[in-house]
Write a protein that binds this ligand. Structure first.
Ligand SMILES: CC(C)(COP(=O)(O)OP(=O)(O)OC[C@H]1O[C@@H](n2cnc3c(N)ncnc32)[C@H](O)[C@@H]1OP(=O)(O)O)[C@@H](O)C(=O)NCCC(=O)NCCS
Length: 259
């Protein structure tokens, strides 16, 4: 019935925005939508499997020139486009939400996030670990930790992420998770996200150990680039990235849509 997706907007000049209901329906995405091009397909697939929403915008010529991935549980999403017109189409779709985009819209208030990048091949391997870091596949245990520490996370996403090959690196103290970082890996690119250390265990080198473990893993998989986004106002995380040798290579803006 809805083989071409749920049509939402079709104006006289032809641009078209549609909701994508399955990853097969999304098809290939062109290069150049975003810095995150290599992982967009993966992100869209996870969103759909975790009950999120995915929208595509096409030019009158039928070229995909925008992608919007949204999670209703988290009331947050990301608009991937270079076009003002496309951004302006997607933006009002989700009121009272956190919307990330590399598109800089002058008219909306925003928070600046930096995209940090690390050259994995250049990272030294002479680190001395103070804590044990391991990869965790235990959905219930991860869920317990994230519910307490990052309650805004869509819980359904955890099993979806593990099924889709995301890696969850944890540090335990007295057999209890005290620090966690996720990593998405697609081809030669990895993206870290969801970094968190329990407040009472901060500044003890836990995230530094966690990062080193991720780097060893990435080297073994011949992944060359690790990226992650950090709010400009997050001094702890920014100095952690800087100290690890990461460099700022781009920006993402976080908008809060009105009611
Ligand atoms: C950011 C965070 C993960 C760091 O974890 P951590 O285990 O405390 O970090 P480490 O002890 O490994 O610190 C490594 C380096 O990072 C920097 N750093 C960490 N916390 C810092 C702080 N509060 N202020 C300044 N620099 C800090 C330092 O350079 C530190 O090295 P040093 O202690 O030898 O000076 C932790 O503060 C946290 O969970 N914060 C809340 C969640 C968050 O902001 N996550 C990141 C989202 S992008």
């Amino acid at each position: 019935m809805h083989d071409a997706g749920k049509r939402l907007v079709k104006n006289s000049s032809g641009p078209l925005m549609s909701e994508v209901k399955s990853i097969a329906q999304l098809g290939d995405l062109p290069k150049g939508l975003s810095f995150f091009d290599p992982i967009l397909h993966h992100e869209a697939k996870e969103a759909l499997e975790a009950d999120g929403e995915v929208y595509v915008h096409e030019s009158p010529e039928g070229l995909k020139n925008g992608l919007f991935i949204y999670d209703g549980y988290e009331a947050s999403g990301t608009i991937f486009t270079k076009s003002k017109e496309v951004f302006d189409h997607f933006y009002p779709l989700k009121p009272s939400s956190y919307i990330f985009s590399e598109y800089e819209a002058a008219e909306h208030p925003k928070e600046i996030w930096n995209i940090w990048q690390l050259d994995v091949d250049k990272a030294p391997l002479n680190h001395r670990f103070k804590h044990d870091v391991s990869m965790n596949h235990n959905v219930e245990e991860i869920e317990r930790f994230m519910t307490l520490t990052q309650p805004e996370t869509n819980r359904k996403w955890i099993s979806v992420a593990l099924r889709n090959g995301e890696k969850c690196f944890v540090v335990r103290i007295a057999n209890k998770i005290v620090g966690m970082a996720w990593m998405t890996i697609v081809d030669g690119m990895a993206r870290s996200h969801g970094l968190y250390v329990e407040p009472q265990f901060r500044r003890m080198g836990i995230m530094r150990d966690n990062l080193q473990a991720r780097l060893i893993y990435l080297k073994s998989r011949h992944v060359h680039t690790l990226i992650n986004e950090i709010s400009e106002s997050n001094t702890a995380s920014s100095s952690h990235a800087s100290k690890a040798g990461e460099k700022i290579v781009g920006k993402v803006f976080l908008y809060t849509t009105g009611p």
